[in-house]
Design a binder for this molecule. Structure first.
Ligand code: HEC
Ligand code: HEC
Length: 459
């Protein structure tokens, strides 16, 4: 094979090359962690994947026995098609939405230690909604986006698409200041630790020091007392003094963000801004300079403004704090290409990524009406280039077949772009070979060949 290798002299300084290393695959830790942080990440992974037993506190009612039972695709910490059910009584005749808290609402726990303590959707509920499992890659970076920056973004939005922040109390800081929610389909959670505490309790039935009250099946305290044999808090410090909920937090906090390849310059990226998608799906934030070590001052591309928007009929009909029936938080789009279902209830599925995108956009209502109409008015060529841009979100360098791993199969296809009598140079962002042009300088050279080898062997 005749690899077209450009002399190294054509390259910039070593420092700029270092800044352009291949992005981590999904499930890998953030680059540049200290050995201590890396160890916390690995121990956190073990806790995140550990199936809790009843003696360790799972149940009496729960949805699954580990975080990883739901957050698993395409790597631990990811998304899945596992959905959970929310229920309530819809507003009617002047009465507001009723979360049916006394009957176990709004989240259904659909499994139980015994059929005798099972929770069911109560007859009083006349509304249910499904919620899919999002991926947690880059969660520590999302958490590190300062509230002030989210509010600045809000102030800059045109009135017609302006969102609202979802102010919430972090569970681990019950007397501290309110924070802007960064997580959840309704933006109801501000920090990774809060979500860990919340999910431990509500998805697994694990009480912890900041969430001491076990969920009673449909609110039935007598049944609860018969089946809840482990005393609260079930989450106890381990030998190193960390709770399980701390361990879950460490793992998520140090998960690398999804890759985006090419990092910029696709035609569809401009289209995304031009037709108004970027008005809500904010491309860029820089994490707070005061965020924790390894997380501060990093430029990130989550494609969310972390604000609630009135989405019209797409709203899930559940009220959660400031989030009314029709409001949902802008979902970060990073990592999109790996997903197999879009929107909060996973309604957009299908054989092709393009078809799923068409459907997701067609379901955008309310404040997103104008963007939807603008997309649908684009020529097929422009629509396709927008889809190509969305396909770059979650794609790692060299991963031709988009499966979060590098195999001979990827090389089989990539080789065609890079070798032979007429290799494709210069490589532009819109060329398929852009997958191999890590530093986006227009070619695939010895440096990138070395990077490919290293990524391949390290995975
Ligand atoms: C039964 C499946 C299930 C289990 C088990 C589960 N999750 Fe989730 N997770 C979900 C769903 C569904 C959502 C979306 C919740 C919502 O907004 O209603 C979610 C959302 C999240 C989010 C917010 C992500 C975002 O970007 O909005 C975090 C963080 C999270 N989970 C962490 C955890 C942790 C930590 C555990 C283990 C303690 C856990 N989850 C266990 C299903 C699950
Ligand atoms: C007014 C704000 C707003 C605008 C404008 C907007 N979106 Fe969204 N988008 C949202 C919200 C909110 C959600 C979450 C919807 C839900 O809960 O199902 C979302 C979800 C999505 C999803 C599904 C993500 C997932 O993980 O399931 C895709 C894809 C998407 N948007 C693409 C686009 C594109 C492309 C455009 C431009 C045509 C656009 N959006 C314009 C607010 C907006």
């Amino acid at each position: 094979m005749t690899l077209r290798l450009v002399p190294l002299l054509a390259f910039g300084l070593a420092s700029s090359l270092a800044a352009q290393s291949p992005q981590p695959l999904m499930g890998q830790p953030l680059p540049g962690l200290t050995p201590t942080q890396l160890q916390l990440f690995q121990q956190g992974f073990a806790a995140f994947t550990h199936p809790l037993t009843p003696a360790e506190g799972v149940g009496p009612i729960f949805n699954e026995v580990s975080c990883a039972s739901c957050h698993s695709q395409p790597a631990i910490g990811g998304f899945s098609t596992r959905r959970v059910t929310r229920f309530g009584k819809a507003a009617s005749g002047g009465a507001a939405f009723d979360p049916l808290t006394g009957l176990g609402g709004t989240l259904l726990q659909d499994q139980s230690l015994d059929v005798a303590c099972r929770e069911l959707v109560p007859v009083e509920a006349d509304h249910t909604a499904m919620r899919g499992t999002p991926a947690l890659f880059g969660a520590g970076l999302i958490e590190s986006i300062a509230d002030a920056d989210i509010l600045n973004g809000q102030a800059a939005q045109a009135v017609g698409v302006r969102g609202i922040p979802h102010w919430v109390q972090p569970l681990e800081d019950p007397t501290g200041p309110l924070r802007v929610g960064h997580f959840g389909w309704k933006g109801g959670v501000a920090t990774v630790q809060s979500f860990s505490i919340d999910a431990a309790l509500n998805e697994m039935g694990l009480t912890s020091p900041f969430a001491m009250v076990e969920n009673a099946p449909n609110g039935d305290l007598v049944t609860l007392s018969q089946w809840d044999s482990v005393s609260e808090p079930e989450d106890q410090p381990d030998g190193a003094g960390y709770l399980r909920t701390d361990r879950f937090t460490h793992f998520q906090r140090f998960l690398a963000p999804p890759a985006q390849t090419p990092r910029s310059g696709l035609d569809g990226e401009a289209m995304f801004a031009q037709i108004g998608c970027a008005a809500c799906h904010t491309p860029t934030f820089t994490t707070s300079p005061t965020a924790g070590s390894g997380l501060a001052g990093i430029e990130v591309h989550p494609y969310s403004d972390f604000l609630l928007h009135d989405m019209g009929a797409l709203g899930d009909g559940i009220v959660d704090g400031a989030a009314t029936e029709t409001m949902m938080m802008t979902r970060p789009l990073w990592g999109l290409v790996m997903r197999t279902a879009f929107l909060h209830d996973g309604r957009s599925t299908g054989a092709t990524f393009e078809g799923m995108i068409d459907d997701a956009i067609a379901n955008h209502g309310g404040q997103a009406d104008a963007a939807r109409i603008a997309f649908q008015a684009l020529s097929p060529v422009d629509q396709a280039s927008l889809v190509t841009f969305l396909e770059s979100l979650g794609r790692s360098e060299f991963d031709w077949d988009i499966d979060n791993q590098l195999t001979e199969f990827d090389w089989y296809f990539l080789e065609n772009y890079l070798t032979g009598p007429a290799p494709m140079t210069p490589i532009g962002p819109n060329d398929p070979a852009a997958l191999c042009d890590v530093d986006q300088d227009g070619d695939f050279d010895l440096v990138e060949f070395g990077q490919l080898q290293r990524v391949w062997t390290a995975q």
